[in-house]
Structure formats: C-alpha cells, structure tokens
Design a protein around this ligand. Structure first.
Ligand code: BV8
Ligand code: ZN
Length: 258
C-alpha cells in the first residue's frame, strides 16, 4: 500500500526528478550491470571490462561486449516502468529525467531531454581523435562466440571506434552532471528507480535531493535502507510499482486517454 503522505507529496510536487539505473530496464530483458555478464561473459567482471585500460588491452573483447549489449537493447522494448515515467512528466510543472543507463529505452517510451550521466550505446566515438562516428553502426549479429568483435575504424584518422559510454576512471560529461545536480537541488520530490547506488558521482544525486529538503522515493525489489523522514521505499519491480504509483496518485491507468 502506498502511503497517503507520499501520494500527497507527488500530487503537490511542482518540480519532480526521476533518477534511473539498470533496474528500470530489467523487465525489458536487459541484464543489469551486476548480471550484465550472463553465459559466455561470466568469466569477466563488468567493472574490469568497462575501462579504457581493458579497451587498450583487448579492443575486440570490449567492443564485442558492447555490441552484445547494443543488440540486446535493439531487441528489447520499453517496459511499463519506462512508459509510466514518460506519463509522469505530463502531471507535473517541471520534470527532469536523469539516467545512469546507456540504453535508449526511455527515449523509445516517449521521454525527451533525458540526461545520460554515463553516455549512450548509440553514439560511438573514435578512441584516438574522439570524433563521434558519422557512419551508423550496422545491426550487430550476436558475436557468435560472444567474445570478440574488431571495432570499426574512424573515417577521419583510422583509429578504433569505442562505445560512447563513460568508463570507470573517466569523468562524466560536465554539462550532464551539472544539470543533474541542479535538478536534484531544486526538486520537491525525487524518485530513484532500480539502482544499487554504488557508483559515484552519479549516486550523489538522490542524496543531494534529500539534503536539499526534497522527498525521496526508492523503487527496488531489494530492500533499501531508509534514511529518515521524507524518505520512502516502494519494494518491488519498477514495472509494477511505477504504474501503481501513477494510478493511485493521478487516477490514471497507464496509457488511459482523456
Ligand atoms: C569518476 C557506463 C572521476 C558503462 C557505468 C578507483 C579508480 C578510479 C575511479 C574510482 C576508483 N574508486 C572509485 C572510483 C569512482 C568510480 C566508482 O564509483 N567506482 C565504484 C565501483 C566504487 N566512479 C568512476 O570511475 C566514475 N568516474 O569518478 O571520474 C575520476 C577520474 C579518474 C580517477 C578517479 C576518479 C565513472 C563511473 C561510470 C562507470 N560507467 N556505466 C556501461 O554501462 O558499461 S557505471 C554502471 O554501473 C551503471 O551505469 C551504473 O551507474 C552503475 C551501477 O549500475 P546500476 O544502474 O545501479 O545497476 P546495478 O546492476 O548495479 O543495480 C541494479 C539495481 O536494480 C539493483 O539494485 C537491483 O536490485 C535493481 N533491480 C533489479 N531488477 C529490478 C530492479 N529495480 C527495479 N525493478 C526491477 N525489475
Ligand atoms: Zn579518429
């Protein structure tokens, strides 16, 4: 049962922020970062693969992993959580969506101006000259042995292309991070969906909202520690909890018209 104080806070929020992690895409069949290594990839630690050092050492291994993930995203559909977030934006004066995810499922569910703190799979760039690649990437066929795919070459300098994501040890895009911190500082309510909250500085966002006086809601099947007042935990999958929150707060079944 969603506490009535949370429903009241959501209905009266003027500035709403939604902050998402891999859990929001889990019900679309996209493995979360912790279990992004199913099957063939089990021998690798994601944090070890998502680094510039790993790419320097074995570009085909890292590019192959990201092509496998990009293919999973192409095959996936936004789930009710993505649609509920897009619908939520229509019920508040100011809405900001911040994601740690590199997939485009929020955009495909109709959200716009999504702040991607860790970049996106859709914008590879040259590892040598940093130019973003103009040639659209071919539809990946799952790397047959799921292990190695040679990255394409930059048409400008011949360097290898790399995924347009932020790796461990790399700085986040300053504009995105500043916009996210500003939105967190100014919001009345922040909903954090499907994140383990272990990676910084992205994990600062919900804390910043809370210390700035906002109400903070965590949506996650795993129990999350409650900090103090003004903090709520909705324990369950995002694909169920978010549509239910939307229905109870605004009486709108997802996708209802009129
Ligand atoms: C930085 C893009 C400055 C790539 C990602 C030593 C050396 C260098 C750096 C560090 C260091 N020690 C610490 C650091 C800082 C480091 C860091 O925080 N490390 C952690 C591991 C301690 N951070 C960085 O390096 C950042 N840069 O600090 O720059 C700098 C520069 C030089 C030197 C030092 C510092 C850059 C971090 C960005 C890394 N890139 N992603 C890619 O995708 O491949 S991070 C990646 O993991 C995600 O983007 C996300 O941010 C993070 C965690 O993933 P989550 O989204 O939370 O997903 P996760 O799988 O963890 O959890 C899923 C959750 O969903 C779970 O809670 C689960 O219960 C829940 N769930 C499951 N099903 C559902 C669900 N919830 C709802 N519904 C469901 N159905
Ligand atoms: Zn180049």
């Amino acid at each position: 049962m969603i506490p009535s104080s949370l429903l009241t806070a959501l209905r009266s929020a003027r500035r709403l922020v939604v902050f998402t992690g891999a859990g929001v895409s889990a019900e679309s069949g996209i493995p979360t970062f912790r279990d992004a290594l199913t099957g063939l990839w089990q021998r690798f630690d994601p944090a070890a693969l998502a680094t510039p050092e790993a790419f320097r050492r074995d570009p085909a291994l890292v590019w192959g992993w990201y092509e496998w993930r990009r293919m999973k995203v192409l095959q996936a559909q936004p789930n009710p959580a993505h649609h509920a977030i897009a619908e939520l934006a229509r019920h508040v004066a100011e809405f900001t969506l911040i994601t740690q995810n590199v997939d485009d499922l929020h955009e495909r569910a109709g959200s716009d101006a999504v702040i991607h703190l860790h970049g996106s799979l859709q914008q590879p760039r040259c590892f040598a000259c940093a130019r973003s690649s103009t040639t659209p990437l071919a539809v990946p066929n799952e790397p047959e042995d799921g292990r190695r795919v040679e990255p394409p070459r930059c048409t400008h300098c011949g360097g290898r292309l790399r995924p347009g994501v932020v790796w461990f040890g790399e700085s986040l895009p300053a504009t995105a991070l500043n916009a996210a911190f500003d939105a967190a500082r100014q919001c009345d309510l922040l909903i954090s969906v499907g994140t383990s909250g272990v990676v910084y500085p992205a994990a600062e966002v919900p804390h910043l909202a809370w210390t700035s006086g906002a109400v903070v809601v965590h949506i996650n099947p795993q129990a999350a520690a409650r900090q103090a007042e003004r903090e709520f935990v909705l324990r369950g999958p995002a694909g169920e909890e978010l549509p239910e929150l939307l229905r109870q707060a605004f009486g709108r079944a997802l996708g209802a018209r009129g």
